[in-house]
Design a protein around this ligand. Structure first.
Ligand code: PMP
Length: 304
């Protein structure tokens, strides 16, 4: 990843990819206190466009606010920088990674003598969970790792340190031969994937967990809006593990994962054991939306 051509924006400058480095005493590297985003740009008939850029940047600022971190740039600048990074790297579509982190100015947990540094990188990234899986669905397993209790880490924040839990869950699932993990919350209710929100479908109605210890996903919000527009009901509620087992359909949503069908949970087929019809419809609407093929929500696409 570090050894490639291109430019990364770091603290106000476009830096050659290989030279975008920080010191080993970088505070966030030691304690995980930082915030980041995962954003995608898609090819549209008007050129590359970043999907829901403003909402992602708002979430970045909210994450920093939750952690008590002051980002030394305003929203407009970081929005412009994200457009610049896609354009300057000549990307037609991209995954973007903005991050704000504490530097190597000190090491104490007090963190009162630290500068906040910001970076934005972008690169080409295809289907996060694999092209075939987008058609056929993935096999997942309920994790032995529990999602954060709401008063242990702040789940509304997309914070670096929160992802240790995600990585342990994903690595366990992959080691056991599954494609992704499904994490339960501290009370045993279904919460989310390692980097995705989850939906189930039963009798034509969609259900998704309340946002307690799950991230307020922008893809989740997009799918809920799409459902509203095509007359599908979505209910946010506590969901049990066995409700997922007997769902007609299930899918994950995320910027990286987009809309990924789930065909099996803990060795039990979900519905017909393949991508369900509502999932397929939402997946295709989502791709139409992000590629600018729908008339609705032109404000969701920021041309670079
Ligand atoms: N939950 C977690 C833990 C995530 O990391 C992500 C990815 N950002 C999501 C849900 C989905 O969020 P979004 O749709 O905004 O990418």
């Amino acid at each position: 990843m570090a050894d490639r051509d291109g430019l990364i924006w770091l603290d106000g400058e476009m830096v050659p990819w290989r030279e975008a480095k920080m010191h080993v005493l970088t505070h966030t590297l030691h304690y995980g206190m930082g915030v980041f985003e995962g954003v995608r740009a898609y090819q549209t008939h008007k050129g590359a466009a970043i999907f829901r850029l403003e909402e992602h940047t708002d979430r970045l600022f909210n994450s920093a606010h939750i952690l008590g971190m002051r980002i030394p740039w305003d929203r407009e600048t970081l929005n412009q920088v994200q457009r610049d990074v896609v354009r300057e790297n000549k990307l037609e579509s991209a995954y973007l990674r903005p991050m704000c982190f504490y530097g190597p100015e000190g090491m104490g947990l007090r963190a009162d003598n630290l500068d906040v540094h910001c970076m934005v990188a972008a690169w080409s990234w295809g289907a996060y969970l694999g092209e075939d899986n987008m058609r056929n669905g993935i096999r997942i397993k309920v994790s032995s790792f529990t999602r954060h209790h709401v008063n242990i880490t702040m789940c509304r924040a997309k914070a670096n340190g929160n992802y240790m839990n995600s990585m342990m869950a994903l690595q366990e699932a992959l080691r056991d031969g599954y494609d992704e993990a499904l994490l339960l919350d501290a009370s045993g209710y279904v919460m989310e994937g390692s980097g995705e929100n989850v939906f189930i479908v039963r009798d034509g109605v969609l259900y998704t967990p309340d946002l307690t210890s799950a991230l307020d996903g922008i893809t989740r919000r997009t799918v809920m809006t799409l459902c509203d527009e095509i007359g599908l009901q979505v209910v946010e509620k506590r969901i049990t593990r066995d409700e997922v087992y007997i769902a007609d359909e299930a899918f994950f949503t995320g910027t990286a994962a987009e809309v990924t069908p789930i065909r099996e949970v803990d060795g039990r087929a979900i519905g017909a054991g393949t991508r369900g019809p509502i999932t397929e419809r939402l997946q295709s609407l989502y791709f139409d939306q992000v590629h600018g093929r729908r008339d609705q929500h032109p404000e969701w696409l920021s041309l670079v």
